[in-house]
Design a protein around this ligand. Structure first.
Ligand code: GTQ
Length: 361
């Protein structure tokens, strides 16, 4: 084929594309490699939100809008690689929610599943399905799909927590419904701690008991106090092998199934000993981290990029490691990291992949 013929053909193709556009047709062969990549090529990028940078904006948000008017007073952590989508990864949403003393965030429910991870302050509560959970830093609380929930603060300090939701996943599926509870707050039906006694002590209600009524795909236990999870990590740090990639990493458990706490979101708590220099790994689920304690560094390699992104983290900072980015964690001080990801979706669809890499530093 000579050059002139090649040029004719190129022009012919462009004419074809333009002519068929009004018929809602596009040529696969121009986008095949992007549609079916050899390996995940996320548009999301690694990013860090330092708490000392975010906190003043939260304080200002507290001055310009009430929790009641906002419904949820949240600053969304938006991945700079996909601006305007209110998403931190392709499938997950994250935000920092502020509730001031005396405020109420009114009761509603939605198909979207939510988790809370408490970042600052004690004494606010989330009410889920008729029971309250009082928040302390590091507590992990879930709001399963379609359960009424409201937040309140009867303490005398502001309380801030990380919200993690599957908003982009529900948007992808166009499956979102939501409704308000007929009152500002749902009635309290049970004393606080009933849920933990029923489902958080390695015991379960007997068949036929009121507490054994069927629950959905999410964990019937809805709050995991930090004090207990932290004590477990401390015990394991002292007397169990430290994983060279992840330190001492545990997943939050659905006690009814042994599986993930929510059908769309997995959550984790890990301890990195002082001086830990983790080995690199990558996995298909992008992870959002909230730093509870300590200081360290996440070194993240974007597929195809020349230089890694180095994120220096400290207490209350948040960061994201996108899908299939090689990451290694190190800790200058003993550190505790909370994380959440869409791993349950990957596993349910039999497409989860993870690679633990050798130290190639
Ligand atoms: O607390 O119900 O960050 O509905 C975003 C949407 C929190 C909530 C968010 C929500 C909530």
């Amino acid at each position: 084929m000579n050059d002139a013929t090649k040029k004719d053909l190129r022009a012919e193709r462009q004419r074809l594309y333009a002519d068929m556009r009004p018929a809602n047709l596009t040529p696969l062969w121009e986008s095949l490699h992007a549609l079916v990549p050899k390996s995940p090529a996320s548009p999301c990028v690694p990013a860090l939100w330092r708490y000392d940078e975010v906190r003043p904006f939260l304080a200002r948000a507290g001055e310009v809008i009430s929790a009641e008017e906002a419904v949820r007073r949240v600053l969304i952590l938006e991945n700079p690689g996909i601006p305007g989508q209110s998403a931190i990864t392709q499938s997950l949403y994250a935000g920092l929610q502020l509730i001031l003393p005396g405020e109420v965030a009114p009761s509603h429910r939605h198909v979207q599943t939510a988790l809370r991870f408490v970042v600052e302050g004690s004494g606010a509560f989330t009410a889920v399905n008729g029971e309250r959970a009082t928040m302390h830093p590091g507590d992990f609380i879930i709001t399963p799909s379609w359960t009424f929930h409201d937040h309140g603060n009867e303490a005398d300090v502001p309380v801030v927590w990380l919200d993690g939701l599957d908003i982009p996943t529900v948007r992808l599926l166009d499956a979102g419904f939501a409704e308000d509870f007929p009152a500002r707050q749902q009635p309290v039906e049970r004393g606080e701690g009933t849920n933990l006694a029923r489902f958080g002590e390695n015991l379960a209600p007997m068949p036929g008991d009121a507490g054994a009524r069927p629950h959905g795909a999410a964990s019937p236990l809805f709050a995991w106090p930090y004090a207990r999870s932290r004590a477990a990590l401390e015990r394991l740090r002292r007397d169990a092998p430290i994983d060279p990639w992840q330190g001492t990493k545990m997943r939050y458990l659905n006690p009814a199934t042994g599986g993930w706490p929510m059908p769309t979101i997995g959550a984790y708590l890990q301890l990195l000993p002082a001086g830990f220099e983790g080995r690199p790994w990558r996995q298909t689920d992008g992870i959002v981290y909230s730093v509870v304690e300590g200081r360290g560094r996440a070194t993240i390699e974007r597929p195809g990029a020349d230089a890694p992104t180095v994120l220096e983290f400290g207490p209350r900072d948040h960061f994201v490691v996108p899908s299939w980015h090689t990451c290694r964690l190190s800790a200058s001080e003993e550190s505790v990291l909370f994380g959440f990801s869409d791993r349950p979706i990957h596993e349910a669809l039999a497409m989860h992949r993870e690679e633990r890499l050798d130290d190639a530093r």
